[in-house]
Design a protein around this ligand. Structure first.
Ligand SMILES: Cc1ncc(COP(=O)(O)O)c(C=O)c1O
Length: 500
């Protein structure tokens, strides 16, 4: 066992919530309570066949005696305590609306109405949405951008220090680590810089729920001094989609009661017991067997990397980026393949893999293909990928040709004209994008790739941003968040705050 919190007290091999749910689900209780499927008999037969009777029997409502009601600690409370112990946190919460719910709660708790915070510019959309809910005022800090590969790394401590200097009284600094590409920021230094300014450091570690559970993966942000950390358990560890955890540090700057209050606000009164049980089980698996499972996955990933590197025109990027600004460590569970040398784009290679082998990578960009491995990745599929990939490249490569990557506008650090909340909730009108220049955007628009928002609610639309987004659309990129994906029209504030 190698829990990030390192507390081998014998309780980690238990899964109290899962066990209590199983006891209730299979002992033949008479259900005069919700949900209406009554443990299966009331369900549509086709659905029952598809997901199985067990899933229905275990789909039990909140406030059930012996599960989350009864003498404290209830099995539910115990399960969250065990998660906190495994992650080395003071307190952990199970989330049933993903890391998205965690970001909303963090904004409500730490960035309430009118409160200044520092925010990584390419934070997940749920952060901006959280600020729309809370009314906090972000000062943006740009991530480091790798022009060669066309992808963003983390933020540097220097950039955060500068943002804090521009934002006196900032209550918190929100950063993302690791990135979608598995690159971790220098969290220890970021924590020092934030704490020197009296601000809490919050790390969106959605892509690193396994960090700290093996010597070969980056350390967890909690161990490096972050005050709150979000882990999207479903992304890498084996819990069900939509389940995640939020952790608050043992000796940090954040009062867990504030977080608990905010979580209640963004939580259903009928959280899925299946999702909660999956978190309890995933925590057990990670804490008890994580080190061994990760060893197997990391070794298989290394073999696959070597095989991919041997394919003409391809190389795996990750470790050699470490040391570049915004890149302090890399996650071996992310295989980022630079395919530029094949003359094909990542999109083309992804399409060819899908057509021939039914292989579905997590992400393709112009320059890369990204594979996400699970903590307990099936090794056979990885070994097979090396073969299928090599065959595909041999078939589709056309060395020589290479399209230039479109860099985002240099000044993606616009200043907000109004708070994101006021722009999102304000009276809007739809205008042609050319007529929108100079107006205040009500939308967040990011091109994928590279995933850095070009426009956020509350920012003025500039001619440069319009030109950039137009070019992105023309190059085949998708615009996330845009009300009009063709980018012919956009929602702007009807009345300009400067004119009031
Ligand atoms: C950095 C980051 N944070 C938060 C989220 C939201 O996670 P979830 O899908 O679990 O709600 C994502 C989703 O991709 C993400 O990439």
């Amino acid at each position: 066992m190698a829990a990030a919190g390192d507390v081998p007290d014998g309780r980690q091999p238990t899964a109290p919530y899962l066990d209590a749910l199983v006891a209730y689900g299979f002992r033949g209780v008479t259900r005069f309570h919700v949900p209406g499927h009554k443990g299966g008999p009331g369900a549509d037969p086709g659905l029952l066949h598809a997901i199985g009777e067990s899933a229905f029997r275990l789909d039990v409502p909140q406030d059930t005696a012996g599960i989350d009601v009864g003498p404290s600690p209830t099995p539910y409370e115990l399960a969250e305590q065990l998660a906190a112990e495994a992650y080395g946190a003071r307190r952990s919460w199970f989330l049933t609306n993903g890391a998205t719910q965690g970001n909303h709660a963090l904004c409500l708790a730490l960035a309430p109405l009118g409160t200044a915070v520092v925010l990584q510019r390419n934070a997940h959309a749920s952060m901006i949405d959280g600020l729309v809910l809370s009314g906090g005022l972000p000062a943006f800090v740009s991530p480091e951008y790798d022009r060669e590969l066309g992808l963003a790394h983390g933020v540097t401590p220097e950039a955060v220090a500068a943002a804090l200097a521009r934002t006196p009284g900032a209550a918190a600094v929100f950063v993302v680590s690791p990135t979608y590409y598995g690159i971790a920021a220098d969290v220890a230094e970021l924590a020092r810089v934030a704490h020197d300014a009296g601000a809490a450091l919050v790390v969106d570690q959605a892509w690193g729920p396994h960090f700290g559970f093996h010597g070969g993966v980056p350390q967890s942000a909690l161990a490096l001094g972050a005050d709150a950390v979000l882990t999207s358990t479903h992304k890498i560890v084996g819990s069900l989609a939509q389940s995640a955890m939020l952790h608050v540090a043992r000796d940090g700057l954040i009062d867990p009661d504030r977080i608990a209050r905010a979580i209640r606000l963004v939580r259903s009164t009928s959280p899925s017991s299946l999702l909660l049980a999956s978190l309890d089980g995933a925590r057990r698996q990670l804490a008890v067997h994580g080190e061994a499972l990760l060893s197997e996955t990391i070794a298989a990933a290394a073999r696959t990397r070597t095989a991919i590197d041997a394919v003409p025109g391809c190389s795996v990027v990750g470790e050699e980026l470490v040391g570049a600004p915004g890149a302090a460590a890399s996650d071996p569970l992310r295989i980022v393949i630079d395919v530029r040398g094949t003359g094909c784009s990542g999109y083309e290679v992804a399409a060819a893999l899908k057509a021939a082998y039914d292989i579905h990578p997590e992400l393709a960009t112009q320059a890369t293909l990204v594979l996400v491995l699970g903590a307990a990745q099936p090794v056979g599929a990885l070994e097979r990928f090396a073969h299928d990939f090599a065959e595909t490249i041999a078939r589709v490569a056309r060395p020589g040709a290479r399209e230039a990557i479109l860099p985002p506008p240099a000044e993606l650090q616009q200043q907000l004209a109004v708070a994101p909340r006021d722009a999102f909730l304000g009276a809007a009108e739809v205008v042609e994008v050319d007529a929108a220049v100079g107006r205040v955007s009500c939308e967040a628009i990011a091109g994928y790739p590279p995933g850095i928002p070009a426009l956020l609610p509350g920012e003025r639309v500039t001619a440069e941003v319009v030109a950039y987004l137009r070019e992105l659309v023309a190059s085949g990129a998708r615009l996330h968040g845009a009300s009009d994906p063709t980018f012919e029209t956009i929602n702007v504030l009807r009345s300009d705050p400067a004119a009031r």
